[in-house]
Design a protein around this ligand. Structure first.
Ligand code: ADP
Ligand code: AMP
Length: 216
């Protein structure tokens, strides 16, 4: 199964992608997580990406496309993958089409998680992320069992640099300007499945399962 999780920052893409990844047994590929790993490991790619990310701007397409290409060629992607946070621009979607075309494969569906702006701001301002495995929590809506500690791996939870109010507002604006046009791009191909992204994490997961191609 080859899926794309689409939606505004904070719509719940990562939260749902992790669940779907376990359910389907295919890797969860988050370009945001990959970039943050590069920053942590002080790679050249991480240095190039950091200033864009801290401001809530998009990292240039060529950097992102190169990174995704390498990842999709890894053997664990053979039976599918869940892309989260990619593609985010029309040129990225075109690059993804070329990559998949060269590999002789196609996307099965694109899920758009729809959440109102006020809810996005509430979700992002309380988000805490695991330094080790990238799992996402919320201090009120989805708290860890022990404050500051990841339920999954015991890693330390932290607040992302780009979850400040200023960066969040910029990320929402960037989403509307550069990423939203992809809705039409994938609707035209018949791949887009719109999902109500409000309600509990379990409810939304149920909606996604009900919309999986082939009822998997
Ligand atoms: P994205 O990957 O789209 O940026 P996340 O999955 O990191 O979004 O979710 C953003 C924040 O919202 C996190 O703090 C997460 O715990 C919280 N969250 C996710 N789904 C829900 C939900 N259904 N209701 C309330 N909060 C949620
Ligand atoms: P995310 O973890 O998906 O919220 O992404 C965090 C930040 O990483 C974004 O605000 C961008 O700066 C950068 N980023 C992640 N994915 C992409 C992408 N596909 N294209 C450009 N920038 C990206």
């Amino acid at each position: 199964m080859r899926l794309v999780m689409f939606g505004a920052p904070g719509a719940g893409k990562g939260t749902q992608a992790k669940r779907l990844s376990e359910h389907l047994g295919v890797p969860h590929i988050s370009t945001g997580d990959m970039l943050r790993e590069n920053i942590e490991q002080r790679t050249e790619l991480g240095r190039a990406a950091r200033s864009y990310m801290d401001r809530g701007e998009l990292v240039p397409d060529d950097i992102i496309n190169g990174m995704v290409r390498v990842r999709l060629e890894e053997s664990d992607c053979e039976h599918g993958f869940i892309l989260d946070g990619y593609p985010r621009t029309i040129p990225q979607a075109e690059a993804l089409d070329r990559m998949l075309g060269e590999m002789g494969i196609e996307l099965d569906a694109v899920f758009d998680l729809e959440v109102p702006d006020e809810e996005i701001v509430r979700r992002l301002s309380g988000r805490r992320v695991c330094r080790q495995c990238g799992a996402s929590y919320h201090v009120v809506f989805n708290p860890p069992k022990q404050p500051g500690v990841c339920d999954v791996c015991g890693g330390q939870l932290y607040q992302r640099e780009d979850d400040t109010e200023e960066a969040v507002l910029n990320r929402i604006a960037v989403y509307k300007r550069k990423t939203k046009p992809l809705l039409e791009y994938y609707t035209r191909r018949g791949l887009m499945r719109t999902v109500d992204g409000t309600g509990s994490i379990d409810e939304i997961f149920g909606r996604l399962l009900g919309l999986l191609p082939g009822g998997k």
